[in-house]
Design a protein around this ligand. Sequence first.
Ligand code: SAH
Length: 241
Amino acid sequence: MTPWTATVLTLFPEMFPGPLGHSLAGKGLTGGLWHLQICDIRDHGEGRHRSVDDTPAGGGPGMVIRPDVMAAALDAAAGPDDRRPRLLMSARGRPLTQARVRDIASGPGAIIVCGRFEGVDERVIEARGLEEVSIGDFVLSGGEPAAIVLMDAVVRLIPGVMGSAASGDWESFEHGLLEHPHYTRPRVWEDREIPDVLLSGDHGRIERWRREEAKRLTSERRPDIFEGWKDRNMVPPVRKV
Ligand code: SAH
């Protein structure tokens, strides 16, 4: 079976694999646990200068990526039988969540379009069914860092990429709560001690402490997430049909 494969469309191919070439993601990449294909949108540009953008219809600052150029790049990168989701990194997209990341990781891969300038002509978003995905409520200068963020989150879920299978069990968002604090040696550092319970060896107490800390941090920092977690815990689990 082909491993999880990302095909990235970009005007800056040299930005990849970037951070994804290092550490566990990088080992997974060289080890063939996942694949990365980079397509240079400029290869499909117009004329001698391989022009990819033009001024916005209706006026205003900046430039917009042409629909014909983007469609040609997309059609060359993915055939009609390609079942991977087509994602467009976009500040006005649906915010990326761990649930969506897990969903993308469980599929065959993703086609990821990186915008630049003011963005992409709306018609190609519609015509090629691009799903706009945002990595947060702020504006980047280009989609490449966002694509790297998305792939980093996905790739660490691919079996074999993370060293220890247990890692991920207790992580932020996976249980609807932010993660509890971590400590390691030395036992006392700048007069600050590791909480006694963590040195007690009593695994039941340690688990309870971690859960309480996770609840405390989530309710303090992310009341929005905490409300959702409480609601879900009150409803009996849905039976799978
Ligand atoms: N005019 C656009 C911003 C363009 S920024 C707007 O106001 O929404 C240029 C490119 O950076 C975008 O096409 C997109 O691909 C990327 N980008 C910017 N912010 C992003 C975000 N929060 N999440 C994902 N991609 C983003």
